[in-house]
Design a protein around this ligand. Sequence first.
Ligand SMILES: [Zn+2]
Ligand SMILES: [Zn+2]
Length: 873
Amino acid sequence: MKQLPKTYEPREVEDRTYDRWIKGNYFHATIDPEKKPYTIVIPPPNITGQLHMGHALDETIQDILIRWRRMQGYSALWLPGTDHASIATEAKIVAKMAEEGVTKEDIGRDGFLERAWDWKKTYGGRIVEQLKKLGSSCDWERERFTLDEGCSKAVNEVFNRLYEKGLIYRGERIINWCPHCCTSISDAEVEYSEKDGSFWHLRYPLSDGSGYVELATTRPETMLGDTAVAVHPDDPRYQALIGKTVILPLVGREIPIVADTYVEQDFGTGVVKITPAHDPNDFEVGLRHNLPVINVMDETGVINEQGGQYAGMDRYEARKLIVKHLEEQGFLVKVEPMKHNVGECYRCHTVIEPRVSLQWFVKMEPLAKPAIEAVRSGKTKFVPERFDKIFYNWMENIKDWCISRQLWWGHRIPAWYCQDCGETVVSRQTPHTCPKCGSEHLDQDPDTLDTWFSSALWPFSTLGWPDQTPELKYFYPTDTLVTGYDIIFFWVARMIFSGVEQMGETPFSTVFIHGLVRDAQGRKMSKSLGNGIDPLEIVEQYGADALRFTLVTGNSPGNDMRFMQEKVEASRNFANKLWNASRFILMNLDEDQPAPYLPEELSLEEKWIVSQFNRLTKEVTDNLEKFELGIAVQKLYDFIWDVLCDWYIELAKLRLQNGGQQAENARAVLTWVMTKTLALLHPFMPFITEEIWTTLPHEGESLMISPWPAYDPALDFAAEEQEMERVMAVIRAVRNRRAEMNVPPSKKSGIYVETSFADTFTACAPFIAKLAGGKAVMVNETFEEANAVSVVTPDAKVFIPMGDLVDFAAERKRLQKELDTANKNLSSVQAKLNNESFVSKAPAHVVENQRQAEAKLKETIAMLEESIQKLPQ
Ligand SMILES: [Zn+2]
Ligand SMILES: [Zn+2]
């Protein structure tokens, strides 16, 4: 019989095992009409990414689900891939070029894209290699990239279809602009936080000289672009002013006072300045009142020529000077400190500047409606359910999606503009002539699409869409999407409406939301705090299985978890426990031990372990169905550690010693239970389970493609379980009592069991003797035992002769020694307390402490004396 090495060395086992799986082609999901498909598409990590704990959790959960379903007999596809991450990647490349003193403009679009693809070739595969270290059983033959040919074809097709349906349009809108990244960013990419700011109260004089209006702003520099002030139409204070004009301070422009219901009467003075070019609400007011849009800033946040004397100044520099000038000229009434929400770019944390520009948009309302309906009708459900609120809330209040980005790395917008007649041509292929005037001067839009435009199509673009491939037919809709709650609206919602619109079906039936992995103190892991833990270092130190096990232990859907090194150590210890138990089994097997089977005749303890295992099978399967991975893993842990290792293996040792048929049966049951337990544990700890399983007698090539254990009603031995539990209760009770009395394990005692289940206890007497330190076990209906310790369980009363537990002479010696020490201590305390100068000079609490010590010692002495007296002579 092959044996396992003395200690488990994950580093030695993991890479070798992963290679074996790859060589066996076990990760590849085939289109098999005999099987049901089960599909997960990976949330594609950014090619700029480095594996962090969040990924590790995300990937572990997906791998557990996919391995479990694969063992259940599904054609289980876990489709991997990466995201081109336009803004993140472009920023990295631009930064690298800056070190060489090169700009994008220096090398032009083609030169830049060449560099970007080179970068992707060099670094884009890094995160994929890291995923493999976790044991991820992705179908690598189907690996995709959001910017590969197929995905690009899908993007082009969707853009054209939406455009043809009138759901994509180009228009001037106010968008979120990052003056650092120099691109528009979507609403979801703006991070809001409360910041200290000021409220500047300004006064704008009426043109007719009859007074002024007072208003307040948090961004005084934008006044350069004011084109109106507004009041509420019902505000009684300002009825006379509506229609009049004011003179814009510093600028001198005459602007109207308009009435608009957007103004809140009871906020501030009830008068607001309107800057259509620099505020989204003002932009809407401007549209209603036909106000001019005066943009006073360039794309880097610097005041432009529209800003007069402030042109060329950074927005914050300009703010200071404008406030100074307003104050000098008497337009500043007061400055009030206030807290307000400031939006920042999620990538570079520069404060967002709302900006009017010509962009491409997706009209969201017609797309959101059927998507909301699909979720309401249960076609896609969120686990835990409460997260559907985030989805509904976002989708019901959705604004049109700005999809154009002023970047080069990404899917270029398939729109061309005629240089002669101005016609816009949106086309699947590059057009050569203008359909309107026949001109050949067509320029393609320089912008690219928001990264999320392509990842929104991920569940079907990766399966071959727009072509009607067999893969698409078989694997779509996918089953489970696993992701963190932080990207529900970035990504999940967009996949849902894209799937509904393009495929007529939601892309997945379940969205399984998990929480964040926080540090031991509950803080978010972040670069700036430097509290991130590198999952690869953990894998290196403890093994991938220990990391995976730690990440799911205690994990419940939607809730954050804390990552602690001690937990990883506990997981590693668990792996070692399993390893050692398996080694013990292997050492006891026959040279020609057959593949796992259950003997016809099972003993009581064998029925007990088989029945326990059978129920575990059912429960773990049910937990996985309900995505309760943390509960499933806890049950496995308890079963393996307590039931299997601490109890059953100990019980089986007796049978193994007895030899003959008993030993043969014990070997069979040990092998059967262990190999099946390894199967249940496999999705959680794939490497160690595969290694042990392969060494044990087994059928088939690999544990990962072995069948998932099924619950079998014929293996349900409830009565025998109950009987065994009776005996175990006695063993536990005796052990506890011995522990309380500090009885060394070597000291054996007589055990007298008084019970009405005499048959059971008689049959199990050897177990009680072995596991409860008994030298002789007597079972009867009643006992007369004087001078015995008794312990009681629901089904038995157990007596242990006192003399068997305690060596009275030694105990007397021990107690006497303690008594002597206590007496000595008491004398020294009393000496202090009898010393006048100590009592009068020492601080009161010190004296009090001594008095308390005296009382305590007197009590101890009395107790010790009593114990000595009680000992038999
Ligand atoms: Zn930015
Ligand atoms: Zn034309």
